[in-house]
Design a protein around this ligand. Sequence first.
Ligand code: NAD
Length: 461
Amino acid sequence: MSQRQQYELDVLNPATEEVIATVPGAVEADADTAVRRAARAQERWAALAPGERARLLRRFAVTVDEHQEELARLEVREAGHTVGNARWEAGNVRDLLDYAAGGVERLTGRQIPVTGGLDVTLLEPLGVVGVIAPWNFPMPIAAWGTAPALAAGNAVVLKPAETTPLTALRLAELALEAGLPEHLFQVLPGRGDIAGEALVKHAGVAKIVFTGSTRVGKRIMALCADQVKRVTLELGGKSPNLVFADADIEAAAAAAPMSFLDNSGQDCCARTRILVQRTVYDRFLELLTPAVESVTVGDPADEKTDMGPLISRAQLERVRSYVDADAPGIRGKAPEGPGFWFPPTVLTGVDPHARVAAEEVFGPVAVVLPFDDETDAVRLANDTEYGLSGSIWTRDVGRALRVSQAVKAGNLSVNSHSSVRYWTPFGGFKQSGIGRELGPDALTAFTETKNVFISTEGPAQ
Ligand code: NAD
């Protein structure tokens, strides 16, 4: 398709396959207009007093909170997320804005001792930031980049995924309603190869924050290199869930299903490689089987549903390509009929280098692999090109610390599967990404450090 040709995006409800909206897709000229407008808005925004910027961001947070249910219902319809998850996601946007607002007046440089003068560092905004978001957590991931970027004095142009532009468009309306300046936060719905690439290549964009597949991330990093453009990449994962024989096996088995089934497995942190010490392997599977079978898959708008559909037919076909119908393992139930449904699936007896054990499936599919001892467990856990997250189940504190240090991943949890909090850093090792988001340093990632030396010697005579 030519860069100028107009096109539209059909937004489908993945639980029913009905078209719920049609959105005009942006082309290169739209990206150019958005970036130019953003650049003008950014200058005015950065010139505001920090307290004023913080106050406007807090008002944006309050406005999001007032529309939490509406945003959640929109997320259920366009992304098939369970309503409980969708409410959490809208609340996460509110919290991200609030947390970032608290950082505006605290974004301080340093004073460094020197002779003959005073040396200070200034943390200056970058300018216009391009945020490219995926469809798996459309609202939170859009806000991970947007909230701290705005707080640090930048303007944002957000390119949502093709399948999930609606919550992003609504957030931009709410920003205006809250009093944020026009064009400071714009949404550019469109195809990745058209609108996304136009944003990446635009000389007026100082930084790209990309979350998505490793394949596209590599292309974006290469395109950014051309202009030495700043880039943060949050990419794929194939995270291990290590269960040692000394763990609370009941608790580990009870927690394992939702660690890879939440959001139908369309989660970059999904613990899809369940590694279990051989001596408790049979017992663990015995407990895991009813836990997987009891997961309720169905209408995501129903409060009792644990897992909804996959996002699209393409994703369904992709997930199917990893699972042979007669492969041994555990299968849950999924609805028949319209919608992109796939049952919870755990495969056993799989070679650790088989496609399903090595590649990111991005669906409700995990493998269980046995290991012999701690060394073997760490070797298996690290035997992947990814390094995003992982879990360690053990009652031995020394082992928990040793294994946490040995596993090469950015986000680990012990006796838990939690990995994402807006106030702790998040990001990947190896091919899971580069840079960190969230946490206390989130705003700094959207600044340039400038060093200024002021001589106390007076002008040279
Ligand atoms: P994707 O890479 O296909 O698309 C992500 C975004 O990039 C979309 O907005 C898309 O339109 C855009 N895009 C596609 N091609 C582009 C191009 N050439 N130039 C610019 N933009 C382009 O990924 P997806 O299918 O939307 O999301 C699923 C992937 O995201 C999974 O692999 C998952 O692991 C990853 N993910 C990672 C994290 C993380 O934090 N590490 C979080 C969520 C999802």
